[in-house]
Design a binder for this molecule. Structure first.
Ligand code: ZN
Length: 502
């Protein structure tokens, strides 16, 4: 590899990154402050930037540069990782015809609008033809990678590089076998008192409290900001500008609080990527699963833990003295860790959550394999959730139309990351405890620097330099496994629910 070629590649990749970041600013504005009447023009502007980035990524010169640099780069160096990641993106961009990409974009935009109307009307028949076409387009997208063993593989690999339908399935089979008896045991116990969480909690106070929490966790407001939106997300424009968004519900303070910590977890990952990787394809989280591991680690393993509330409950009580009258830290901690038969994935507790994910993963595999026709999806969904959790959705709005995913993008590849994230979160946390000693004691004192430091050193600073399985093994000394997650659940929920032996 010559230095001139490498610097030409970096220069070109930075231009592509900047076009994508400019589109991201427009998307952030669209989801926060843009008047609805701006939608049509905004869609056109974002699409133009996307096309410009795509043209540069698929340009013949990019292919020549990657070819020239490929074999020479030292596989373990940052340059080697950069060329590998850039080649993945170049290959993906050149393999999928532009005409198919536009067909998917315009179809899913229409499908999304149909879903926003059909869901409140509980009208699955109205979205059915859209979903049928989305399944068909997703199959065509996958077929651009004819070497794949399973139709899901290219879709999974796009989000969680290195993973496949087979590897996810074998992990999920183990997880399911371990999880079902735990869920059964906990659901048979009396549920904690949590009616007090339905009292009105004023938004301004919720916002101030959440901000205080994430400042202390280590979200850097000098290089970020927090705004309101309908569907919260984290977004990165550069190392110096990583933003989060939040939705507030006065009748449920837990939504904004844990949602804020969740997005701050995603953001702390991005804010702590090594500065030298900024503006390159390595300057981002390495996969959907690893990203979700960081949001879930801070949300669940930290902010839903008992030591965390040793530090923060007095301040919460001071902020909401009437709403929390008569509730002590233990009662609050039990209430925010209620395990229940929930219909909605996004509202579900951390014990049952993965069952919701596995349901979607299995059904989307069947849709893509052609063994489940779209017309039979509502029945298949209802039967599965009844078997798993003992509840039957009273409507498709609360069943197979609840998640936006199948209605706004391709079917397949996006759900497994949520469960992988939960598993990785427990494995990273256990490794941090082994390295740091008593993490709980530091959390109870509000000292998050040791944990954040370990995560930065072992996960964050690497950005996308390593594939997810390499990163997990490097950071924790073992391949990804369900064991730390299952041990975490038993260790936490045993005492909470009075289960002495599992
Ligand atoms: Zn997330």
């Amino acid at each position: 590899m010559t230095d001139a070629q490498l610097s030409e590649l970096k220069h070109e990749l930075r231009a592509i990154h900047d076009l994508q970041a400019a589109a991201a600013v427009l998307e952030w504005d669209q989801s926060t402050y843009m008047p609805a009447a701006g939608a049509a023009a905004r869609g056109r502007q974002i699409a133009l930037l996307g096309r410009l980035a795509h043209e540069r990524m698929t340009a013949p010169r990019m292919g020549e540069l990657l070819k020239g640099l490929g074999g020479v780069a030292d596989a373990d160096s940052i340059e080697g990782a950069l060329v590998r990641r850039a080649r993945r993106e170049h290959e993906r961009a050149t393999r999928v015809p532009g005409e198919l990409v536009s067909a998917i974009k315009s179809h899913t935009a229409e499908s999304y609008v149909a879903w926003t109307k059909a869901r409140p009307a509980n009208d699955f028949a109205a979205v059915r033809p859209y979903l049928e076409k989305t399944v068909e387009l997703s199959r065509r997208w996958s077929a651009c990678f004819p070497e794949a063993e399973h139709v899901l593989d290219p879709l999974i690999d796009a989000q969680d590089p290195g993973m496949s339908a087979a590897s996810v399935r074998s992990l999920f089979a183990e997880l399911r076998a371990a999880l079902v008896p735990i869920v059964k045991t906990l659901l048979a116990r009396p549920a904690p008192e949590r009616a007090f969480l339905g009292r009105p909690f004023p938004k301004a106070a919720q916002r101030a409290f959440g901000e205080q929490v994430i400042r202390q966790l280590g979200y850097d407001f000098e290089r970020g900001r927090q705004d309101e939106t309908a569907h919260p997300f984290m977004i990165r424009f550069s190392a110096g500008d990583v933003r989060i968004t939040t939705r507030f519900d006065e009748a449920d303070p837990t939504e904004a609080l844990f949602g804020t910590v969740h997005e701050a977890g995603h953001a702390m990952y991005e804010q702590n990527i090594a500065a030298e990787l900024d503006g390159t394809p390595l300057g981002e989280g390495t996969s959907a699963g690893v990203h979700e591991s960081q949001s879930r680690l801070w949300e669940n393993l930290v902010a839903r833990s008992r030591p965390f509330w040793t530090r923060f409950y007095p301040a919460l009580l001071e902020t909401f003295p009437e709403q929390l009258a008569g509730i002590d830290a233990d009662a609050f901690h039990r209430a925010i860790n209620t395990v229940e038969r929930s219909l909605i994935r996004t509202d579900s507790d951390e014990v049952t959550y993965n069952l919701h994910v596995m349901l979607r993963f299995d059904l989307e595999a069947q849709l893509l394999e052609g063994t489940l026709p779209v017309k039979d999806l509502p029945d298949a969904w209802n039967a599965r959730i009844e078997a798993d959790l003992g509840v039957r959705p009273p409507s498709d709005a609360l069943g197979c139309m609840q998640d936006v995913h199948w209605y706004c993008t391709t079917v397949g590849g996006t759900f497994q990351g949520y469960a992988l994230g939960n598993l990785m979160a427990a494995q990273f946390f256990a490794a941090a405890e082994r390295a740091l000693g008593d993490v709980d004691a530091a959390i109870a004192e509000g000292d998050f620097a040791p944990l954040r430091g370990w995560l930065t050193e072992n996960v964050y600073r690497h950005g996308a330099r390593y594939l997810p399985d390499e990163l997990v093994e490097k950071a924790t000394g073992a391949p990804l496994s369900i064991a730390p997650f299952i041990a975490y659940l038993k260790g936490k929920y045993g005492p909470l629910y009075g289960v002495e032996s599992w």
